[in-house]
Write a protein that binds this ligand. Sequence first.
Ligand code: NAP
Length: 265
Amino acid sequence: MDLGIKGKWALVCGASKGLGLGCAQALSAEGANVVIVARGIGELERTAEALRAASPGVQVIAVAADITTPEGRALALSAPGGPGTAFDIVVTNAGGPPPGDFRAWDRDAWLKALDANMITPIELIKATVDGMAQRGFGRIVNITSSAVKAPIDILGLSNGARSGLTGFVAGVSRSGLAAQGVTINNLLPGAFETDRLKTTMEGAASKTGQPVDAIMEARRKTIPARRFGQPAEFGAICAFLCSLQAGYMTGQNVLADGGAYPGAY
Ligand code: NAP
């Protein structure tokens, strides 16, 4: 299926590896030009090279920046070829807050989580949606977490910050933007095989004193698919949400979790 996004400009945050990279791969494979953002320049440049090699017709611009800072966002939004108002697609993502015990988190820890997982996506939405609306096409996909629907105790910072974003998106996606061709959806990963998953499992291992492998095996058994997801699978769903065909889908929280969430709704 042709997703109808060839030649469009996409900003993909947190894209040097993991789920963001999965999204950048899927979008560029569909012919979208991508601006990819991450803090570490080395891995980001290697990723950009690999994307260019995989999709020779598309433009790939690497921006080394911390997307959670105003300066980082300004840099990403003014990237050559894709100034803020000209992005057609924005995938927000900033890495997740650390796991832990809520008793250990002070005000600064909360502000950092809110900045990364709530305020940054809101600022990126604010900077891009009006230009999208004027052009009559826009797609925002926020990478959040299945923890929004089924909170995980040690991920309290994530549960809290992402719930704030989810509430904001539910409102703004149904504002006048919906009638102007701009959709805003959240894509909720369950357990995907990335470095982040490894870190989360290591956190659980040190909390319980069990080996990481045992924690991972136990987690796999809780997933009906009996495996962790692959970033490419996540990217494919993201690309669909960014497609022409998904224009009637907005304000949704789309779970990709191998069936782990047990509810009907
Ligand atoms: P990952 O493998 O650790 O990759 C994170 C990516 O984001 C890297 O490219 C990282 O590069 C970049 N990044 C992190 N902080 C950034 C910042 N401040 N500014 C710009 N780039 C930044 O993580 P992932 O597994 O793909 O997770 C992506 C998101 O999904 C996270 O929010 C995570 O909490 C959430 N999630 C993941 C899972 C899962 O199973 N993987 C499940 C639920 C939710 P640099 O470090 O070089 O900046």
